[in-house]
Design a protein around this ligand. Structure first.
Ligand SMILES: O=C(O)CCC(=O)C(=O)O
Ligand SMILES: [Fe+2]
Length: 364
């Protein structure tokens, strides 16, 4: 295992809330000041209509790409509507998240998932069987091994679970590939630039359940005590994340001032955010922004993040269009899987628990 990276400070799982908050604020600030310093007033999570990118001409796709570039160089977050992932698939996976958490008995799920005070998590990763394109059949895990380690509930314990996951996963993976083309355009690259790198891509997904707080919910936007934080302040590790959630709010995004912006996506939308690996790949131009989850409501929140990466065996170095003439790359070339594994190991105490359910442990 290579030495942990020192170049991308990260909020460790073991930090206190204050440390996490301060660390996260400094982390974000250092990124925001790198190229496009913005103020809280300028901080926004724009709603981007995806429809022209499906039906359109290159010019229409470029107009969507332009909006993506603006979002990614500033807040690092956007909402996408008219994205092509059918409602049935979205509702289906959220229903399954609820069933997984409540219908399975503890002994049926204990080996499959992680339970903490403020959340429960079930993780799974790419399987060619869930890839509607079939992929190229060359999937490798983060560590270069090829065995598929996903653990699923037994069909007789939770009828229809795998089918619904497969339907959703196939659809969200399709959207992620589509978005990567728009990201390519947004970075002044050939539209198909990333295509050969996403033939057996990294795509870790998780079902998350945040029960409503037992004590009365903390007022917005005051800080929350550690016990009330569903998912601590962190940034994501891969290229970008597509987040689907139930209607109960909870995602909070760190603004340049260190205050939290409460995300409020349109009902049909996905929340999209740049993650650390894409930030690195763009030499810091695209911002991977710190966020956390606090359920301040009276109902349970369910969410399904999908962390998209290029094939884990892709060697990645700074994109040519992200370096001005004479500018040096801030980061050395690295294999995608190696980078993400290093980050996971750094937050999961020597990787313990990492391959518990084939993929990611209870990070952040
Ligand atoms: O549950 C959410 O809304 C966000 C989850 C998240 O940020 C993560 O799992 O990295
Ligand atoms: Fe996240």
């Amino acid at each position: 295992m290579a030495a942990p990276l020192v170049d991308t400070p990260h909020v460790q799982a073991s930090t206190t809330y204050t440390e996490a908050r301060e660390g996260a604020a400094a982390y974000l600030q250092s990124r925001l000041t790198a190229r496009a310093p913005i103020t809280d007033e300028e901080f926004e999570v724009p709603i981007i209509d995806g429809s022209p990118s499906f039906s359109g001409t290159l010019a229409e796709r470029q107009s969507v790409a332009k909006q993506i570039r603006k979002a990614c160089t500033t807040s690092g977050f956007f909402y996408i509507t008219n994205h092509g992932v059918p409602r049935t698939a979205r509702d289906g996976i959220l229903q399954q998240a609820e069933r997984f958490m409540h219908e399975l008995r503890s002994e049926q799920k204990e080996k499959l998932h992680t339970k903490r005070k403020t959340k429960e998590v079930f993780n799974f990763s790419y399987e060619a069987a869930m890839d509607k394109s079939g992929g190229d059949g060359k999937y490798v895990n983060l560590d270069g091994t090829t065995e598929n380690g996903n653990l699923w509930p037994k069909e007789e314990d939770l009828h229809g679970f795998y089918d619904a996951v497969k339907e959703y996963y196939g659809a969200v993976l399709g959207l992620a590939r589509h978005l990567f083309r728009l990201f390519a355009l947004s970075l002044n690259l050939k539209e198909t630039y990333f295509d050969p790198m996403i033939t057996h891509p990294g795509g870790i997904a998780r079902l998350l359940y945040y029960p409503p707080p037992k004590s009365s919910p903390p007022p917005i936007p005051s800080s929350s005590s550690e016990e009330q934080i569903g998912l601590g302040a962190h940034s994501d590790y891969e290229c970008f994340t597509l987040l689907l959630s139930s209607s109960v709010p909870g995602l909070e995004i760190l603004k340049p001032s260190g205050h939290w912006h409460i995300a409020s996506p349109p009902p049909e939308a996905f929340i999209v955010n740049v993650a650390d690996f894409l930030m690195r790949w763009t030499n810091g131009m695209y911002k991977s922004t710190v966020h956390r989850v606090v359920n301040r409501g009276t109902e349970a929140r369910y969410s399904v993040p999908f962390f998209f990466s290029v094939n884990y065996d892709t060697l990645v170095e700074t994109l040519p269009t992200c370096l001005a003439e004479g500018e040096e790359s801030k980061w050395k070339p690295i294999r995608a899987g190696e980078y993400i594994l290093e980050r996971l190991n750094a937050t999961t105490k020597d990787g313990v628990g990492f391959y518990g359910n084939s993929n990611i442990a209870d990070r952040a």
